[in-house]
Design a protein around this ligand. Sequence first.
Ligand code: ZN
Length: 316
Amino acid sequence: MKNRTDFGLNRRTFLSTSGLGLLGASMSGVLCNVPSKEESEQTANTFQKDGWKAIMESAKKYPKLDAHNHVWSGSNAAQVDESCEALGITKAACSIPGGKKVAEIRANNDIIIQAMKSHPKRIMGQCYINPLFKKEALDEIDRCVDNGMVMLGELYDAVKISDPMYYPIVERCIRHKIPLMLHGVTTLGNWRPGYLPTNPPNSSVPEDFVEIANRYPEAMIICGHIGGGGNWEYMCRILRKAPTLFLDTSGSVSDEGMIDMAVKYLGADRLLFATDMNYETGVGKIIWADLSEADRKKIFFENFNNLLRKAGNHAS
Ligand SMILES: [Zn+2]
């Protein structure tokens, strides 16, 4: 096992120093483990010369593929590119989730296609669809794949992923040999009676992912963001019931023990590094987790690359 202190940094050091104004495009929202004022001052003093460079170099030494990110406009693509460059993220799979009409969804996917063209070495496309549009959704998958997109994502909360409306969507992904990533929710009210639901009723909870994955074990289904805000322990306990499911590590939550528990319950082979625009915390939580070097490399790069390889979309 590679001890976390072998990196010459600790968790708080990485999270606090890597955010010293380096990444203007970052939209990090570290919800937990915020250093105290004294700790921040101490860290700043320690690293004010070039110590932070050593930290960034230790982060950059791992090639990374980001399985869950977003581009909101053409100009935003340049910021994604810059942020990925700063942290050694080789490529990022990006989407624009949402759109109430078919034309709106197509226009959003066209922005992603444009970002793929403007930053071909960095940005991979995720196709967003809404299963409620049935035939148009299937047609849009085909159109996006024809335009070089590598997967579906970030599918959202219009329909639960376990709903039969998703069956033809999943089957189309199996036919194209592409992964499918959907916004996962674990807020208490969405699965425990008596608590206030804070997400729409059709949001997909861990049980929904287990149900669809066990129906289609040959599909490459990814539950989005273990750190999306909610009960990640519950997520780990439930998702292990479907051995073919994958889980991405993104989200603004970077609680101590989160990645460690995911590895313990699901195994390192089923975790995919991702940021969901939380660049420094996204990298820091994998750097800091108590992982072997082999497992860290799997999570940062190899696992997602193996999924992309099925359709020939892998990074070299
Ligand atoms: Zn999400």
